[in-house]
Write a protein that binds this ligand. Sequence first.
Ligand code: MN
Length: 252
Amino acid sequence: MTDSIRPRWVDFHCHLDLYQDHAALIAECDQERVATLTVTTTPKAWPCNRDMVARSSHVRVALGLHPQLVAERESELPLFERYLPDARYVGEVGLDAGNRFYKSFAAQERVFEHILRACAEQSGKILTLHSVRAVSKVLGHLERSFPPDQGRAILHWFTGTPAEAKRAAALGCYFSVNGEMLRSPKHRQMVMGIPLERLLTETDGPFVEQDGLPMRPRDVSRTVAELATLHGVPEDSMASTIIQNLKRLVSD
Ligand code: MN
């Protein structure tokens, strides 16, 4: 992701294909030098997304099967497996035990476990993980089926406890933090405890809004500024920490 580029910002989890101006956003990320990971929610979306970013300097695409869609999309798992050898980045995958999706939790675990094993077997994959109300379960699956020497996991919109953050860090996980997480005093406290060398930023746009509009990847600069304030360091030093973290992550 960083070999041919010199990013200023990092948006490690967003959904560019859910915006009206998908192509314009890719151009904007290149222009503003935002190293952006755009995730997909179904394997069917992979070929189109991959082609869209083929000539982009700063945008990479992840192959996903979103836990909230597993109830209807479990049958796309063979398609996921077919595309996996071509995907360095995987997401959005994970578990969601929220009220609306708990019904499919057994299927979600089956799919997640299958994906983790396939990724570990092929090795070198970088995963962005959803863990709503299921942090401990997600970490348990990682511990069992995704050894840290076989790939890297990034916990996206992580809302676990400080103890769970510690457990994840011990597994080699990174954390991508968005502006919405920092609205909550409890989550701000947890974010403060994340080791600085494991910190990344994300927008999760278009699902996160700022001033009534979906956040765009370049808006991640505001989150970097908030993290700098939180840690009492200059903004440019926080920005460069995050870029160093991305470089280490992708060159491992
Ligand atoms: Mn997402």
